[in-house]
Design a protein around this ligand. Sequence first.
Ligand code: ADP
Ligand code: MG
Length: 700
Amino acid sequence: MNLDTPLVYVKGVGPFRAEMLEAKGVSTVNDLLHYPPFRYEDRTNLKAIGRLAPGEMATVIVDVREARLPKMGRKNLGMFEAVFGDASGRTLTGKWFHGAYLANVLVEGQRVALYGKVEFDTYKGDLMMMHPEFEILSADDEEGDSSLHTGRMVPIYEAAGKVTAKQLRVIVHRVLASIAPLDDFLPATLREQLKMPTRWDAIRALHAPPEDSDIRLLNAFRSPAHIRMIFEEFFWLECGLALKRNKARTVEGVRFDLNDRVREKIKAMLPFKPTGAQKRVLGEIARDMAEPHPMNRLVQGDVGSGKTLVAAEAAIVAIENGYQVAVLAPTEILVAQHFAYFKNLFHKLGYVVAILAGSFKPKEKEKIRMLIEQGLAHVVVGTHALLEEEVKFKKLGLAIVDEQHRFGVMQRLKLMEKGAVKPDVLVMTATPIPRTLALTIYGDLDTSVIDELPPGRRPIVTKHVMSSRVEEVWSFVAREVANGRQAYVVYPVIEESETTALKAAEKMFLELRDTIFPKLRIGLLHGKLAQSDKEAVMAEFKAGRIDVLVSTTVIEVGVDVPNATVMVIEQAERFGLAQLHQLRGRVGRGGNQSYCILVTEKLGETARDRIRTMTESNDGFHIAEMDLRLRGPGEFFGTKQSGLPTLRFANIIRDSELLEVARNEAHAFIANPPSEDIFRRAVHYIRENWQRRYGLVQVG
Ligand code: ADP
Ligand code: MG
């Protein structure tokens, strides 16, 4: 047996179980060893039932005294009950709703381990556990040695289909007993310096914790073995990313010249004085652009922080050096808006700005493609349509990608192939994420943060209103409009039911126009409108000829109308945090006090957390962090798109401080490896393991 042995060949697995393990991504011996327990039970010094206290989480080993499906009159409610006892003479009842299936599982006379929260059943005057986890210890289902399951620190695995935690324990035990000790690829000096166990010791301790282990450390994933494996996972990931970045630094790109003439042009373009943060970030960008290698920079900035202005400055640097600039945005509305923004800023400099969107007629597209190909357009703003093969640039020097989280990493790369040489790439995102996290998710990008809002902004006031009191919201909107302001009213679009949301928006539009605000000018905007119609509606709103704009979430990103001061979000419970924050960012863009009103039905628990986060905070970083916590990293980033690796031991949120350490060590190691030999071994290991597993890390 070695690490690559398929599990089917391990005694006690067989094709049926192998298939279920495979579904969990566990196919080989190596995978199994990297399938960590999610919890541990200390079954060494067990309490007797008589010594349990209500409120505590406890494990007990007990006998089944009675097992039954109690009836209420003639009806069986599907509740399963079992009475357990032990030598203390006391009993404890376990209850399972919808537990009918247990009638054939838990039977009188069995010995079981129970784990759960101890409660006091005042009705019966006895101790009980609701839905305790249990493991049958007496059954002899070819699981041999009972000393594996009792009298020690017992690892609890997540069941894989029908393969139970107990069976997994047996299989892992067999594997550990029959394979050769694992090699350790982590540099020994590093391991000693950080006082970490070897890989083999760590893996064994995870699956079979030594007697003197601290159960609290185990369950907090902070035992020495856990720390070692978490560290290692981060370390290799960060090494891979560092190697990838180093390699990018050897690629040839454009060296832009930032001379006085360019500075003059920028000055002539600026409509206002940049903030300190904008200046600093432009400095970082300019330094990259002056390098002979392609820039790969991510600019993070909360909504309204003025990212577009910085992008425009970078564009001038490229154009004045004789290059073209591509601006990629995720929606046609945003593209239209960027187009207007850049045209407005650049017309005094004599630049030609073009726009290309998927919904354009073939003739139009053809015309614009010619402009691009002949180099007559200096700036081209577009959606995905810009990425199509037929679009050829004469001399692309800078690609700006707005709202990165909407685009896959692949698309970013595709854009880079568009120039004769690799263009500089500037990515802008309004989904700020904690720094270390950004460095890992966007590990191959350098990052800049615009952490300052333009002057004179007042924090947006956010309120939660139940839909039964929506009348008050409408009177408030009417008052703001009477003061010369404008408002948005947004309806959620949930992917599968865009038409439903559309209907809701249309219905509301009619109601607002005809009944609620008969004297106001109401507009309607949604994704199904033709591009030209969308542009027309936005232009009307921007020009102040629409008072209240009813919209689906097409306005989520980027729309900029400083006179709008009210954002009403209907059915706000259906939006995610990031989306709510984005939507809120559409107001508060001018000097007037702005408001965001979240209208909801009755709330569930997580929805309540989201709404509370919104009413308590205006800080995009804080909100992103809450979002990450509430949803977990996978869903937050949409793993596939982001290239976020699947980690087996580590958790980017829980273990962020270890990530920081691993990152520093990885950089030191790559920059200054202890020896050529150790370095080569490490690179080989990364290539063999990480490249295949995560795709993200492409080395060499
Ligand atoms: P975002 O970072 O959300 O893309 P924008 O670039 O759309 O933000 O800018 C938000 C608003 O702030 C715009 O109306 C823009 O013109 C304005 N703005 C940007 N920079 C400044 C500045 N330095 N001073 C005043 N207003 C600014
Ligand atoms: Mg923007």
